[in-house]
Design a protein around this ligand. Sequence first.
Ligand SMILES: Cc1cc2nc3c(=O)[nH]c(=O)nc-3n(C[C@H](O)[C@H](O)[C@H](O)COP(=O)(O)OP(=O)(O)OC[C@H]3O[C@@H](n4cnc5c(N)ncnc54)[C@H](O)[C@@H]3O)c2cc1C
Length: 445
Amino acid sequence: MSKIIVVGANHAGTAAINTLTKLSKDNEIVVFDRNSNISFLGCGMALWIGNQINGSDKLFYSNKETLEAQGAKINMEAEVNKIDFQAKKVYATLKDGSNIEENYDKLILATGSIPVHPKIPGMDLENVQRVKIFQDAQEVIDKLENEEIKNVVVVGAGYIGVELAEAFQRHKKEVTLIDAMPNTLSCYYDKQFTDLMDNNLKEHGINLAFNQKVNEMKGENGKVKAVVTDKGEFPCEMVIVCIGFMPNTNLGKDNLDTFKNGAYLVNLQQETSIKDVYAIGDCATVFDNSIQDKSYIALATNSVRSGIVAAHNVTGHKLESIGVQGSNGISIYDLKMVSTGITVERAKTMGLDVEYTDFEDLQKAEFMEEDNHKVKIRIVYDKKTRVIVGAQMASKHDMSMGIHMFSLAIQEKVTIDKLKLLDIFFLPHFNKPYNYITMAALGAK
Ligand SMILES: Cc1cc2nc3c(=O)[nH]c(=O)nc-3n(C[C@H](O)[C@H](O)[C@H](O)COP(=O)(O)OP(=O)(O)OC[C@H]3O[C@@H](n4cnc5c(N)ncnc54)[C@H](O)[C@@H]3O)c2cc1C
């Protein structure tokens, strides 16, 4: 029998605990989480803030009671403040101020990520908000009740910033979205795609202030009054700062090997540089198949898979991660965009020699006059090997399932040429005989 300690019980931790308790009843599993809730689906946060779903109850899929019924001992509101990796000991402080020490045989670190906090004046002003945990979202929702909040500035036009801009606009707030880059979503899509999202936001009345860096939050009586950039000043009563996440690795950064951004470096079994210590989810690296290298991609999907992998290895069931492609999606008003792997722009910045092929067509046969929308697709492939390394799609139609095939193609190193004569079925209700995937592949140089 082993004693396994899990630090952090959100998506990665919960997946690990679920798997540990299923794989073996003999181990003692002790969990610490500093928060008061487990498994908050941040992906539903903007829908909740924007009143597109009924409340937050269904944004949780687990809790202390469920995990304890499975056999784990769960310490909530219990912050781990020190780990002695030599003595294999974890030190935690409970809500009532009491301290606990626990020895472990195996340790799983699932401490996640924290929002990047820019070092600029005014970040501590009232109504400068960050969004990560359930409590952050609840605070924003409570503040939106205040009718004095008419202008909201969202700093950061990644997928969270874009989703929140929509949510605030749905509250009839005057919304400005600021970013240092020239477009929204620039990490995941090339300009031809991000232009679609930018226009979509503009058409819905959201002001875009791109190519500018935020220098300061100005305040009055302790409350934020404006965001100042290198190009102008944007009056507002609330600011949401969502410029990215950094791995939360304070507990182990001085003992474990880390990636350039501070994430714990792990191998395909989620093992860190110290024996019997595993790291999963947003606090750890992933292996990115599109660049064939370690990387940092903070997504709930990656967290869950890494939790499953670690739990298998911890309990002696050898399992290796097959790597990830950073597959992602977004749906804003009625525009849906999905992507996987790398973009042409990112390839350029990494010095990779890629080609791409584009195509745009209706989803279904022309004679299908209802609910038939254009779909835009780009497939990115390595110029020399012709292996697919990325794909992007955009449409008002829900074509999202199509991107999974490209995710598998990248994972399995499929060439663009293999896709040209792939057996893709045709039925007018669904697609076209000369469908956009085939046509894009056939158009590859
Ligand atoms: C608004 C928003 C929208 C998102 N949308 C999506 C989406 O659509 N799709 C997607 O795949 N991903 C999405 N994500 C990302 C996803 O939420 C994260 O990748 C995921 O939460 C990572 O899970 P995790 O368990 O690794 O870390 P976290 O969720 O960060 O959890 C870490 C846990 O560790 C605990 N902890 C930390 N330090 C300590 C300590 N010292 N002692 C005890 N406990 C500690 C924390 O309390 C927390 O419960 C979104 C994130 C946000 C914020």
